[in-house]
Write a protein of this length. Structure first.
Length: 257
């Protein structure tokens, strides 16, 4: 169904001979313009003219790649499906408006026709021409618009049916786009989580290295000086104990005397 809609768009812009391009461009991947020309059986310049005309409406997109050996650029093309469907939706809405206005006009106004020349005139035009054809001199007759109005009504029904199909295809494409964006978001989130985990790991390594540096910076002299101070304290204690013992001995010797 989508291919039929795209074909209708291409025919309305370029013409029926270019309808074969639809199957080639209705793909998620970009297609080489030389392959398109080969499969259409036309020259590369004719292919580019078709693509440029469609591109003027923003319905196709392209990327270019440089040939490393030859040095020139080759273009790759594909349809922008959402834009195509939006374009067709607007086109159908415009047609519907024109047909509706025509129906209203045919029901409210009188038209005259020269049956010999098969030419139609409005009431004002007929009045100016005195209801007589300038070409053959035949008198105008009032045109019966009932058949035309029926045909226009049928055309409206077809437009409404096609509009529903376009809306359904648009909904599908939006769902695809939503899923694609969701996948892209999840991928981005995963990358962010990885980056955060890596940064956290790097910070942990830096902090560990800083702690090691701090332990290395502690001077061993201070530790020795600490030991010396302890030994000094011990020696002072020993001296004081020795003095006390000597003083006790002196007191005992005095008492004996």
């Amino acid at each position: 169904m989508l291919s039929d809609l795209l074909e209708e768009i291409v025919i309305s812009i370029v013409g029926k001979p270019a309808s074969g391009i639809v199957d080639l461009l209705n793909t998620p991947k970009y297609v080489n313009e030389f392959i398109i020309a080969k499969k259409l059986g036309v020259t590369i310049n004719q292919t580019r003219n078709i693509l440029y005309k469609i591109s003027d409406y923003g319905l196709v997109s392209s990327v270019r790649k440089k040939d490393k050996k030859k040095g020139w650029y080759t273009y790759f093309w594909r349809f922008e499906i959402l834009k195509c469907l939006e374009f067709l939706k607007e086109h159908l809405a415009k047609n519907k408006k024109e047909i509706t206005e025509e129906i209203v006009l045919r029901k409210s106004k009188v038209f005259y026709v020269c049956e010999s020349c098969n030419l139609e005139y409005s009431e004002d035009e007929s009045l100016l021409m005195d209801f007589t054809c300038d070409e053959c001199g035949e008198v105008f007759t009032v045109k019966n618009n009932s058949k035309l109005i029926k045909d226009l009504d049928k055309a409206l029904v077809k437009i409404d049916e096609k509009s529903k199909v376009v809306e359904a295809e648009l909904e599908k494409e939006f769902l695809k786009l939503g899923k694609k964006k969701d996948l892209e978001f999840k991928k981005e989130q995963k990358e962010k989580d990885k980056k955060k985990a890596l940064q956290k790991e790097q910070r942990a390594i830096k902090n560990a290295l800083k702690k090691k540096d701090l332990t290395k910076k502690v001077s061993p002299k201070k530790e020795v000086s600490g030991k010396k101070s302890k030994s000094k304290k011990v020696s002072v204690k020993k001296k004081s104990l020795g003095k006390k013992v000597i003083s006790k001995k002196k007191k005992k010797s005095k008492k004996k005397k």
